[in-house]
Design a protein around this ligand. Structure first.
Ligand SMILES: [Zn+2]
Length: 304
């Protein structure tokens, strides 16, 4: 199994190639024309579409899995539904517009999927089944709160992220989308070798309690550089989260990483960013570019 976290700046897009050849794209990064983000968002979006053209020479995807309905996760969905032949489109079923004259980005993605005869499926706490077959070696599971999303989901789409767990024999990866501490505390998680760190390394996610349950050997943060594009207003990743992950992954602290340690991104000054030595199993797309991790199913992952 191979997992590629594309360097899509402030956003997320990761390709999972299963050992049986099936391909699942988890999220689609930010759209090129996101307001106030030029030119960074165009660079990120062009990079993703170019990398997928290279990694998917037959232009086929078994599924696009949208963790939640924010533009840094579903921004390129419409374009990719045009670029590629996609069998299945999964999202959490929220964000559809009620006024046909004012289409939301979710409406546009569903319309694009329907126009291309792509099956659209909602996965949420009431419909937790993953519409992709598990096999003897590969298990695909949505990791969801029991019963319902919870109150916070209404105000904050991050907390209705449909986390995805993929187990290949003894190797596991957990995608959290932008789930924050409220959702983390309501889901049941098991240890996983690779953790896609929730919400781009924000300190609203990835609590001590959560990390001690997941016990990742590798942690991948998908975030932009300091001040780049939309990260100028988010300041991801946060020092406390990177240090927490660095303690958990248990490699060697050999690699510098620039992290935010201020209290307010809006009022951030030069001294609010610092460079710290980080465990070499904590990766950051802004620093490392596209990150590829592979496993034979023996429980360990190596970086390609
Ligand atoms: Zn996000």
């Amino acid at each position: 199994m191979r997992i590629t976290f594309y360097d899509v700046g402030q956003g997320l897009s990761a390709l999972v190639v299963l050992p049986d050849g099936r391909r699942i794209l988890v999220d689609t990064g930010e759209h090129a024309s996101r307001g106030g983000c030029e030119p960074a968002c165009r660079v990120w979006s062009d990079h993703l579409r170019g990398a997928l053209a290279k990694d998917l020479p037959d232009k086929r995807l078994d599924a696009i899995w949208i963790t939640h309905q924010h533009s840094d996760h579903m921004g390129n969905a419409v374009d990719l539904l045009g670029d590629l032949t996609v069998a299945l489109y999964v999202d959490n079923g929220t964000g559809l517009g009620t006024d046909p004259r004012r289409r939301t980005q979710v409406d546009r993605a569903h319309e694009a999927a329907r126009a291309r005869r792509v099956r659209v499926v909602t996965v949420d706490p009431a419909n937790p089944e993953v519409p992709l077959a598990s096999t003897a070696d590969v298990k695909l599971r949505a990791v969801l709160p029991k019963g319902d999303w919870g109150a916070r989901c209404t105000d904050d789409p991050n907390d209705c992220s449909i986390a995805l767990r993929v187990d290949y024999c003894r190797s596991s990866v957990l995608f959290m989308g932008d789930a924050e501490r409220g959702e983390e505390s309501r889901i049941e998680v098991e240890p996983a070798g690779v953790l896609q760190v929730g919400h781009h390394g924000s300190d609203t996610s990835t609590t001590d309690a959560f990390v001690s349950r997941v016990r990742p050997a590798w942690a991948v943060i998908s975030a932009a550089k300091r001040g780049e594009g939309t990260n100028a207003t988010y300041c991801h990743p946060r020092r406390s989260v990177v240090e927490r992950l660095s303690r958990a992954t248990g490699g060697e602290r050999t690699r510098p990483m620039e992290v935010f340690e201020g209290t307010s991104c809006r009022k951030a000054g030069a001294t609010d960013w610092t460079t710290i030595a980080v465990d070499d199993h904590v990766l950051l797309t802004a620093r490392d570019g596209d990150v590829r991790l592979v496993t034979t199913g023996d429980g360990t992952f190596t970086r390609e």
